[in-house]
Design a protein around this ligand. Structure first.
Ligand SMILES: C[S@@+](CC[C@H](N)C(=O)[O-])C[C@H]1O[C@@H](n2cnc3c(N)ncnc32)[C@H](O)[C@@H]1O
Ligand SMILES: [Zn+2]
Length: 158
């Protein structure tokens, strides 16, 4: 297990990772480890419902569905307190600010914009977008949602 992270039931989803002790801002507190898999293999695993695939580059992903990878339980938040940082082919989770003990550790999953409606978010942040997407797509999704909410104008004939 990891010195900084413990697993508990999460208010966001299933199990989540929580700080065991204060984690200073900037600490790389856990590595996301697993099996290196090709895109073809990760696509097959996703189709089977494996939610633990982490993209490394255009050729390779990590299948984090291994017992030695407690980082796989970290949930997504639209207002995360951690971020994933990549160094070569390795992924580390880093605290974005000083974190108190018992805080749930979250990061932005960085999902693509395609099929964003299939990934509802339950992070509970005051500014939760309602869907899991990468930060750079959040504005686009907000605009789409605003369009959905605009009542259609009814043409009136004189
Ligand atoms: C890598 S797992 C995270 C661990 C998960 N909580 C568990 O118990 O297995 C990713 C899955 O957790 C769920 N999840 C994570 N963050 C979420 C969020 N903010 N809102 C809704 N579901 C979330 C989704 O089902 C997603 O496919
Ligand atoms: Zn959210």
């Amino acid at each position: 297990m990891n010195e900084w992270v413990e697993l508990r039931t999460s208010g966001i989803h299933g199990r989540g990772g929580f700080a065991r002790a204060p984690i200073p801002s900037g600490t790389r507190f856990i590595e996301y480890v697993g099996r290196r898999v090709s895109k073809a293999e990760s696509a097959a695993l996703c189709t089977e419902g494996n939610p633990f695939i982490f993209t490394i580059n255009d050729e390779w992903d990590i299948d984090g569905d291994v017992p030695s990878n407690p980082a796989r339980f970290l949930n997504h938040s639209c207002s995360p307190n951690c971020e994933a940082q990549q160094e070569d082919d390795r992924i580390f989770l880093v605290a974005l600010r000083d974190l108190g003990p018992d805080e749930e550790l979250t990061f932005n999953y960085g999902y693509d914009i395609s099929e964003w409606r299939d990934y509802p978010c339950a992070c509970g942040a005051p500014d939760c977008l309602g869907y899991i997407v990468a930060e750079e797509f959040q504005e686009q999704v907000r605009l789409e949602l605003a369009k959905d909410a605009t009542p259609t104008e009814v043409a009136t004939e004189l």
